[in-house]
Design a protein around this ligand. Sequence first.
Ligand code: PRP
Ligand code: URA
Ligand code: MG
Length: 207
Amino acid sequence: MQTVVVEHPIVRSRLSVMRDETSSNAEFRAALRELSTLLVYEATRDLPLTELDITTPVGPTKGHTLANPPLIVPVLRAGLGMAEAAFNLLPESQMGFVGLARNEQTHDPEAYMASLPDSLAGRPVIVLDPMLATGGSLAHCCELLSTRGATTIVVVCALAAPEGVHRIEASGLVSSLFTASIDEGLNSNAYIVPGLGDAGDRQFGPR
Ligand SMILES: O=P(O)(O)OC[C@H]1O[C@H](OP(=O)(O)OP(=O)(O)O)[C@H](O)[C@@H]1O
Ligand SMILES: O=c1cc[nH]c(=O)[nH]1
Ligand SMILES: [Mg+2]
């Protein structure tokens, strides 16, 4: 698995707004949206292109279009805050949805929703979830995608813990991971330290 920590001054500043406990829900959502644009920009850098003939007002030339736009899959709830930014960059794409809620006693994900095409054979997938903590949720999501035939899965998250990076690498299902930071680790509640708290609650309020 290729792991890329996107180093950029704007990425750092938006992540800091997200980490700051005094940021409002609206400030957190705006910072996540802007951060997601930058992370998805990097995650799509190597997408293959198809050449096409176009005509400018001045004359003919060659243009390009995405050869095989990826399916975008936000993991609900928190990944919803990244979805619009990804769709804006990839308007040709389609979107699927996976709903997972981590059980805060066992730290295992509990699935409550999946809305995906039956077959993902031949379709690259970009999975969006701001938090990669134990990695249980993203591993579950990637297994679901793999069961439907996905072979190229790119994960984009705002923050990761080393434990989660190792877990999804060990799954063998993820081609690349793009994140703004790999933090120190997990606390006894399996929250990322220093992290930013609960990314779903910080956007939408407690569930
Ligand atoms: O790596 P893990 O240990 O599995 O934890 C990460 C998961 O926890 C958060 O979702 P949560 O379960 O809180 O649901 P929410 O998005 O509805 O808040 C986050 O958005 C990830 O999906
Ligand atoms: O730090 C964490 C861990 C899991 N889920 C979150 O939203 N934050
Ligand atoms: Mg949550």
